[in-house]
Design a protein around this ligand. Sequence first.
Ligand SMILES: [Zn+2]
Length: 300
Amino acid sequence: MTLSGFDQCEVCNAEQWRMIYEGTVRDGFHGSFCDGAAVARCGQCGVDRLAEEICPDEQFYETDAYRQKLGQGLTTGAYFATADELQRFAIEAIGHGTLRDKTIADVGCAGGSFLDHVTGIARRKLAIEPSVIYQDSLRKRGYTVFPYSLDAKPKFGGEVDYAVSLQVIEHVRNPRKFLADIKPLLAPGGRLLISTPNRRDILMDLLPDEFPSFFYRVVHRWYFDIDALADCAERAGFTVENARTIHRYGLSNALGWLRDRRPSGHTRLHGIEPPADRLWRGYLEDNDRADCIFMMLKVS
Ligand SMILES: [Zn+2]
C-alpha cells in the first residue's frame, strides 16, 4: 500500500508503509521542534523512516549548520567535549585484544574521537568523514582521511580489519547502500561494528506522550530495532555476528524524565547511586531495551 509522503523503501524496495507517528520531532537540541512530521514503518523490512520532505539533503551533512544541529560543535575541541565519554561503549562492544596491529576505519568519524582511543594499538587508521571542518585536525593527528567509503576503496579495498560506524547510519540517504559501500574495504575475516539509537528504548513506552518527539529528530532519517538493522545489514551482504543493546545513561535519567518530563542527561538524582544504575542497565540490556544498538557484522 502506498502512503502519502513515502516512496519506495531504500532498504528493501517495497512500498508497504504504515504510519506509526505524526506530530512534532526534535530539530537540534531539546527545546527546538519541527511540527507536522511523520514516521512510517516498512511492512517488508521493518525499518522506520522520517518522511523525506523534512529531512535535510545529503550535501547538508558536509556543512557547519548540520554539525550545529547535531550539537557536535564547530571545532574539533567542542566535538571532543561530548564525544570522548561515549567511546568506552564502542570499545566495550568490540571486546578486548582484537585491535592490536590492525587496520581500522571509522566511517563517519566526525572529529575522530574513536580513532584517538585506539591509537597506540591499531596500526593504520582511516578517518572517513565528509565534513571538512574536521579534516585538517584528523590529518594532523596522522589519520588517512577520505570523505566517503568509496573514496578509500582504490587504496584500502580488502585491507580493513575493523571498520566501525558509530551513530551514523540513522542519518544517511540509503542505509543499505551505506553498509554495502563499506563492505569492499574489509579484509578477509574483517568485521564492521555499527551503532545506532534503539527505537525500543524503554522511554518510548514509559513516556508515550513526551519521549517520541525527543527521540525522533529531523537529522535522523532512519529508526531501527535489532531486527530491522539485521535485515538491512543482510540485504547489504553482511551476516550478523552478534547484536546487543547498551545503555549509556544512569537510572537518574529515566527517573528525571518521569518526574520532570524532560531530559536531564547524566545529572544524578540525590539518592540514586551507581548500584542502582548497574541494576537498571543490566535489566534494559538483558531485554534489548537500552538506548543504543551495537551490532557486529561480517561479510557473508
Ligand atoms: Zn523496507
